[in-house]
Design a protein around this ligand. Structure first.
Ligand code: 13P
Length: 248
């Protein structure tokens, strides 16, 4: 399985900045055949721009969220069908910032993952514990509960999801989980996937949380870390490409 390095731009960007960033990434890749799968998950208004810039390249694009509803009176929401209009390959679901600031529950995240799959979009399902949960020894219980909700909802399609382990205390803080800490949780998630699908090895389990050009190689060297979900460092072409290079 090729590693997957996905950028999550969060609420950053502008037409001008995006164009410069994406062009610098494509220039840096220099048309080489990709040994690593790559994706950029961008704010919804820029999906059309990313589609124009990335069509025909080795970088896929995706959204940072989607609605659990198909269509209708849901002001502000973006549907899976709309994302498909812009050829989105991925959609992040259940990012901790959505869970924390928008009250997203395990059940809602599971519904979103199911809707994405039904529309041919690969959900990147985020799980992760807060610092308080880690300190209370609850890490495994929390991530297993979060993933179990999704497995229950998507059932036989479990092998088609991407999972991202993002410890909340490591996001945007500069504090990375050590490779050993991350691997420990990834192994738990792999075992949980193995109980739900015949092909747990086909599921990318990404690490996210202050992954950068300097620490990526040691994290990606772990047996159950199949890639990264990159926030801040995905806003700098050289850093993102260095992480991609570290994944080979
Ligand atoms: P940072 O890489 O900025 O810590 O963000 C990680 C993240 O939340 C990716 O989804």
């Amino acid at each position: 399985m090729k590693p997957l390095i996905a950028g999550n731009w969060k609420m950053n960007g502008s037409l001008a900045a995006n164009e410069a960033l994406v062009k610098a990434m494509l220039d840096g890749l220099g048309g080489q055949t990709a040994a690593t799968d790559m994706a950029l998950c961008v704010p919804a208004p820029y999906l059309s721009q990313l589609q124009s810039l990335l069509t025909g390249s080795t970088i896929a694009w995706g959204a940072q969220d989607l609605s659990s509803h198909e269509q209708g009176a849901y002001t502000g929401e973006v549907s899976a069908t709309m994302l498909k209009d812009f050829a989105c390959r991925y959609a992040i679901v259940g990012h901790s910032e959505r869970r924390q600031y928008h009250g997203e529950t395990d059940a809602l995240v599971a519904d979103k993952a199911k809707v994405a799959l039904a529309h041919g979009i690969t959900p990147i399902v985020c799980v992760g514990e807060t610092l308080a949960e880690r300190e209370a020894g609850q890490t495994e219980v929390v991530v297993k509960r979060q993933l179990a909700a999704v497995i229950h909802a998507v059932a036989h399609c479990t092998s088609e999801i991407v999972v991202a382990y993002e410890p909340v205390w490591a996001i945007g803080t500069g504090k990375t989980a050590s490779p050993e800490q991350a691997q420990q949780v990834h192994a738990v998630l792999r075992a949980q996937l193995a109980a739900a699908t015949q092909h747990p090895e086909r599921v990318h389990i990404l690490y996210g949380g202050s992954m950068n050009a300097a620490n990526a190689a040691s994290l990606l060297a772990q047996p159950d870390i199949d890639g990264g979900l990159i926030g801040g460092a995905s806003l700098k072409a050289a850093d993102f490409l260095q992480i991609v290079a570290s994944s080979r």
